[in-house]
Design a protein around this ligand. Structure first.
Ligand code: AMP
Ligand code: MG
Length: 530
């Protein structure tokens, strides 16, 4: 695996020009129930219903890149139709939902914190439909748009703070080159929402080629609805993994894709110090995308066992356990797909052969995650060549980072300044460590290793700066933007989004966004409550 940020943002000039220049054009570009769409799977998979309107929706933020990717002219938002834009993406139709255009909530189940939770589903998300633009089909979904048949005890809403966090992090992850669902906009309303205190509502427009989760498969498996299970797998294969059709067993090939993309995603998360916080099987994308941003966090001070979710009292989803949980979740997925495997095998001995084959595919997770992580770490350390012991060198750094609680992002970013020949340039990274002797001992090993590298310091530093971000969505940065937004000042959300669009660039005017968190930030807590 190479750890180059696979930014899918194409230069504007290469893009198909925006085709929707007004709200009515945007609304008609979002189609629901087209052949081959998730909605076309039918009523066993979803319930069609209107969104619950919110009072006086107001515009908070837009991702211009996402608008362009969808073929929406971003100027609609700043133009005369700003209020219509806010109303539409709050789920308030400006007229009745035309026949056949009702959005839908999908049903799924899942394992939460290692325990079978039964039926869940889109309790507060409604998919408006999908947009076809520039050769891609993307689903457009409102999160926080009101109660659905799957809301259980919930109110169907999302609060302002969690919506801003999801919006910013979706876009930040994309610009880091990490697979993720995307976000188009955040719309707010003063509708009160009860959490630990009374907050206000917001709606995030999420965008993804698919919102299918491992839990979708578990749902139909657990209900013994094998025809639906197959239809779902066929849908995912047709839409996202068409090459699986050529395999001897397309459904095993689908599992293999989930194994591959999940292993890759876990290596990416570990590489930037990202903790998801709620890796339940209903929060795992079949496409290996980061999905459902809740109590996530980018680590500031490195702690290998960091738990970002205050509600995760056992630390099931701590940083160091994420890769293992990815595997555990894939095991649940494999279990759910078993009835589809081996359709061409003779009845005699099929069950055993199917289980064996599924296990073999699952085992590939380890073969993929390990090398993916080592490749990620090599790139982070600026190693162009591969040598025995590179993993130990990386682990050695993590050990002293953990012992010294050094800042994850700054340690790697500043490491690029270190010189190959001597310790004269060590200070920016060395000074992050309280135990300087421990750093010096590690740096000596690192320099020994760098001696085998063909690149000079400048070339190595440039390469390292392309994989070690300077700017990540630190909790305190999100918090500052949220505090301002709750006073109706949305400028900090826009500014932060702009900084996070170029996470690998030096941005001298935004140096403050790259610094250590202030003292007040150490008390910040995020929980499942969103
Ligand atoms: P999560 O772990 O936050 O992704 O959510 C787990 C399940 O709870 C999903 O089925 C969500 O749709 C549902 N859920 C979470 N919050 C709410 C809410 N406020 N109202 C309705 N359903 C919710
Ligand atoms: Mg979820």
């Amino acid at each position: 695996m190479s750890f180059s940020p696979s930014n899918a943002v194409r230069a504007a000039r290469d893009e198909t020009p925006a085709s929707a220049h007004s709200m009515s054009e945007i609304a008609s570009a979002i189609k629901v129930g087209e052949p081959g769409s998730f909605a076309a799977l039918g009523t066993a998979f979803l319930t069609r219903l209107p969104a619950a309107p919110v009072p006086d929706p107001y515009f908070i933020a837009l991702s211009n890149e996402m608008a362009e990717t969808l073929g929406f002219d971003p100027d609609v938002v700043t133009g005369a139709e700003k209020n219509e834009f806010a109303a539409y993406f709050a789920g308030n139709p400006t007229r009745d939902w035309p026949a056949g255009s009702l959005p839908y909530a999908a049903v799924y189940s899942g394992h939460q914190f290692g325990v079978w939770a039964g039926q869940l589903g889109d309790g507060r998300a409604l998919t408006l439909g999908e947009v076809e633009h520039d050769g891609a089909r993307l689903e457009v979904q409102l999160k926080g748009a009101g109660r659905t048949p799957y809301s259980r005890m919930g109110d169907g809403r999302a609060v302002l703070r969690s919506s801003i966090r999801e919006f910013l992090c979706s876009e930040a992850m994309h610009h880091l080159g990490i697979p993720t669902t995307r976000a188009l906009a955040v719309i707010g309303s003063d509708l009160p929402v009860r959490r630990e205190t009374i907050e206000t509502a917001a709606i995030v427009t999420r965008v993804s080629p698919s919102f299918v989760r491992f839990g979708h498969f578990e749902h139909f498996y657990s209900n013994d609805r094998i025809d639906e299970l197959r239809a779902l797998a066929d849908h995912v294969i047709d839409r996202s993994y068409p090459h699986c059709r050529e395999a001897d067993d397309p459904y095993l090939a689908l599992l293999d894709e989930a194994v591959r993309t999940t292993a890759d995603l876990m290596a990416r998360w570990q590489g930037v110090g990202f903790c998801h916080g709620v890796m339940n099987t209903d929060n795992m994308s079949i496409l290996g995308l980061t999905i459902d941003y809740g109590p996530f966090g980018f680590m500031d001070a490195f702690n290998a066992h960091h738990i970002c979710n205050h509600s995760d009292t056992q630390g099931r989803y701590s940083y160091s356990r994420q890769p293992q949980v990815g595997y555990w979740n894939l095991f649940c997925l494999a279990q759910a797909l078993v009835p589809l495997f081996g359709a061409n095998l003779p009845e005699e001995g099929r069950a055993e052969r199917v289980v064996e084959a599924a296990q073999k595919v699952l085992e590939r997770y380890k073969d993929r995650f390990g090398p993916a992580l080592v490749a990620t770490m090599r790139a982070k350390l600026g190693l162009e060549t591969e040598r025995e012991g590179d993993d130990k060198l990386a682990n050695g750094l993590f050990e002293i980072m953990h012992a010294n609680r050094t800042d994850f992002t700054l340690t790697f970013r500043n490491l690029s300044k270190l010189a190959k020949a001597d310790s004269s340039q060590d200070a920016p990274v060395r000074d992050l460590f309280l135990d300087r002797a421990a750093f010096d001992a590690w740096a000596a090993q690192y320099r020994e290793r760098l001696a085998h590298e063909p690149r000079d310091d400048a070339a190595r530093a440039a390469a390292m700066n392309r994989v070690n971000p300077k700017y990540v969505l630190r909790n305190h940065l999100a918090e500052q933007a949220i505090r301002r937004a709750s006073e109706k000042d949305f400028s900090e959300v826009a500014r932060l989004l702009d900084v996070l669009r170029r996470p690998y660039d030096e941005q001298p005017e935004n140096e403050a966004y790259a610094g250590l968190p202030p003292d007040w930030a150490s008390g910040l807590e995020v929980s499942c409550s969103s």
